[in-house]
Write a protein that binds this ligand. Sequence first.
Ligand SMILES: Nc1ncnc2c1ncn2[C@@H]1O[C@H](COP(=O)(O)OP(=O)(O)OP(=O)(O)O)[C@@H](O)[C@H]1O
Ligand SMILES: [Mg+2]
Length: 469
Amino acid sequence: MKRSTPLKAKSSAEDYEEQGVSISRKRQRTKPTTSESNEKNKAHIPDEKSIKKIRQELKDRLSERVIPAKLIGLEDEYATLYDILNRTVSMGESNSCLILGGAGTGKTTIVRKAIKELTSLHGDNFFCIDLSGFIQTNDRLALQEISRQLSLQPQLEGQIFHSFADSLIYILNLLKSGNKDTSKPIIFILDEFDLFTQHNKQALLYNLFDVSQDNQAPVAIIGMTRRLDALFLLEKRVKSRFSHRQIHLYSAENFKTFTEIAKNFLRLDNDIEEVDSIYRQHFNERVEELFEETSFSRTVRHIFDSSKGIRGFINLCFGPIARLSAVKPFLLSSDFAEYLIQKQINAKIEIIKGITELELCLLVAIQHINLQQTPTFNFCMVYEEYKNFMNDLAVKGKSMRMRKWDAALKSFEHLVLMELVIPVEGAMKSRKEYRMMRVLLEPNEIFEAVSSHKDCPLVLKNWSQSSRL
Ligand SMILES: Nc1ncnc2c1ncn2[C@@H]1O[C@H](COP(=O)(O)OP(=O)(O)OP(=O)(O)O)[C@@H](O)[C@H]1O
Ligand SMILES: [Mg+2]
């Protein structure tokens, strides 16, 4: 008897989640420790100023204005980058390096962290120039930005430049005029590096790499890009001046690391000023507990399985962080669940809301085909399933208008256009009726879409429901 109670609680909790009902009650059932800690948390009432401060800190992280204190799994890459930059700042050595990696793999984070650490050690004994290929779309804009950030405008005011090349040469000569001992080191950070390679004759890159190779003025040129083939975008004469140092960053290799990065994103550091320390401690404890909750950890797992990108998790945090207030001083898994349901699942259902009755029928036919352990299908199979359903209806004396092959094929093509159904690899070679496809909706999502569709006949709802039994 003692064993049956927790087992029952677990299965009903799973059903509960499947039905998309509020997860907060589930948390209370499956995780008694949460209520204990809530009691503990309630005992200490945080002041509004601390809550505001923490909300602001997390919002700044969301908008990537500040970086979390810890780097997870990037220690070696960070050490390599720090070494390159430190050699420029402390020993006047010039260098260049490319940081390559997908979106959200930590390129900007390691660079920002290294600059922060160097600034705390060397103060303003070096310059840091930030450029972005998205903003400085040509070399003239890039040069203006360099002179603005170096505060060179006063020197440039009296000068008359007849061409872009003249002004570039003037600024570069200013850079080159010093030597290793007298010049202030400059770190150039080129975000979206690949876009700089599209500039006319790659003049800026050529000249920057040239300065770094000359080793006259101490400069470090750090390019960041998602394009793994960035090196091949460089012209030969530019490439030959580049040091060929590359740092590769990868997405979290397993779920444990992914969870650690996500947790680290929400965890508060001790160096946040003017925050009630007991509240901060409780907040961090609550974050730990959040990741132990089954429903929350399933959501994180879903993000990891579908994209492996930490940005998916970060996007999920916007709603819950914005809602932190005196009445809700901690992050709750129910907030995340609600936000996820609103944000992701509804997005697909919104698309389906506008589709026709015939298209809905085809989706349910696909749902039935998938149920027979057949993940891929073609139009012929879907139409056959649809026809069988219609014949069954006729036998039972219920009616729904049976549509002809051509009309159904048109509707099927519309599903493909909306990318609810996509061709499998190599399928494009065959005729459209025989092209093998797969659906991008879960059976549950099809059911939800059918049940929430305003024109959906009852018989179709029942047909969709029957495939879930
Ligand atoms: N290994 C990690 N450790 C800690 N935080 C990380 C790690 N990887 C990513 N992050 C977090 O993910 C967020 C996105 O990382 P970042 O901005 O550095 O990505 P990126 O590689 O520059 O992406 P993009 O190519 O889109 O610019 C950052 O706010 C950072 O906090
Ligand atoms: Mg970046």
